[in-house]
Design a protein around this ligand. Structure first.
Ligand SMILES: *Cc1c(COP(=O)(O)O)cnc(C)c1O
Length: 400
């Protein structure tokens, strides 16, 4: 076994979960496309079914390709155990439903991924769960709500799409005092930049669709943490059935191999693009935790190793300017996705908060002029000159 703590993330991304090699001496993870696994010896079969002997029974429960991915995320996040899901939202909702029931209380923040916000606002209350969503910036309010009683504290930092930062260590410590389970969505930061388990979080969640897969060609979700917690999450998945298929697991494994290379390049460009946007007169505000004027830059420096590839900015003139600027970009998809090798632009209305109404977005303080950039791996200079020409075009068009 490779000593997990002493090697870098780039090395873990390659070898994590694959230290022992694969069947047939394959150098790549085989895709095991089998729904079930056969046994001649009924006693052996029964032992495997009971979990008393190693092996596989049925791919909703476990699958060799999916297990390799689970082992890889354990390596990246220094987790004991992991459970893979069909999508990020399946991972998030399953983790919440595993630990919440009628009468439970969950504390989180107003800023979270749109789908997660819907689980909090629409589905959990229906189950009789008391949901408290605090102002994301108010650590005092979050701590006060935790102290009133809390079964699960759910964090997401940096937030989508406004890139707010919450202090993981401080809030996890408050939750620990009342015996709450702490969950954190680490999708935006990626394991390269932030390891919430080391900051006191119990359960780390990823939408593997994003930076982990990295190529916008597969969907998946991952949940990781200590085995006693993961055993419960795994049981929930086995019964409720949002398991990951082995083809997607393979693509995510392949994507993860270049995670460190991709994100290192992406965040160099993200910093440069943020600094450029600060100088652009048509931009009212720039959100990037790597900017010294970001209001939680100091916390970001303490808990992150890098500031990530997500940037957002507010265009003067709102949606009207957005609709004129975005079509001018040459090296960008306008799409509701992030974390890919291509740069992707999108307004909150059609991306992070597509699930929300205009009124809901306004209540969350998400301006209609807000544009999110998922910075790709193109050359930094090309991305900046692309933005420059798009701004020039809009400026000239409005003078005419
Ligand atoms: C995309 C995303 C999700 C949901 O993941 P899916 O794979 O689309 O279900 C959850 N959290 C964050 C931060 C995301 O960006």
């Amino acid at each position: 076994m490779i000593e997990k703590k002493e090697i870098g993330l780039g090395t873990k991304a390659i070898w994590g979960g694959e230290e022992e090699g694969h069947p047939y001496r394959a150098t790549q993870t085989p895709i095991v496309a089998s729904a079930a696994y056969g046994y001649q010896d009924i006693d052996h079969w029964y032992d495997v079914a009971l979990g008393e002997a190693p092996g596989f029974i049925y791919s909703r429960m476990s699958n060799p390709t999916v297990e390799t991915l689970e082992a890889k995320i354990c390596s990246l996040e220094n987790a004991e155990s992991a459970v893979a899901f069909s999508t990020g939202m399946a991972a998030i909702s399953s983790a919440l439903y595993t630990f919440l029931q009628n009468g439970s209380r969950v504390v989180s923040t107003k800023d979270s991924y749109g789908g997660t916000n819907k689980v909090f606002e629409e589905f959990l209350p229906r189950m009789g769960v008391d949901v408290v969503l605090c102002e994301t910036h108010s650590h005092e309010q979050i701590e006060a709500e935790i102290a009133k009683g809390c079964d699960v504290l759910y964090l997401e930092t940096p937030t989508n799409p406004t890139l707010k930062i919450v202090d993981i260590k401080r809030l996890a410590a408050a939750a620990r005092k009342v015996g709450a389970i702490v969950m954190a969505d680490n999708t935006f930061a990626t394991p390269l930049n932030q390891n919430p388990l080391a900051l006191g979080v119990d359960i780390v969640i990823h939408s593997a669709t994003k930076f982990l897969s990295g190529h916008a060609d597969a969907m998946g979700g991952l949940v990781c943490g200590a085995e006693p917690l993961m055993a419960k999450v795994r049981h929930y998945r086995e019964i409720n059935g949002a398991s990951l298929d082995p083809f997607s697991a393979y693509l995510i494994i392949r994507g993860i191999k270049t995670l460190a290379l991709r994100v290192r390049q992406q965040q160099v460009s993200a910093q440069a693009i943020s600094e450029f946007l600060l100088t652009e007169p048509m931009v009212d505000a720039v959100n990037y935790p790597g900017l010294p004027n970001h209001n939680n830059h100091k916390i970001a420096c303490e808990q992150m190793h890098g500031f990530g590839a997500m940037v957002s900015f507010v265009l003067a003139g709102g949606m009207e300017t957005v609709t004129r600027l975005l079509p001018q970009l040459r090296y960008a998809h306008c799409a509701g996705n992030l974390g890919a090798v291509e740069t992707i632009y999108g307004p909150a209305r059609t991306t992070s908060h597509v699930e929300n109404t205009l009124e809901e977005r306004q209540a969350l303080g998400i301006s209609e002029g807000l544009v999110r950039i998922s910075v790709g791996i193109e050359d930094t200079e090309d991305l900046i000159s692309d933005l420059k020409q798009a701004f020039e075009f809009v400026r000239n068009a409005s003078c005419r």
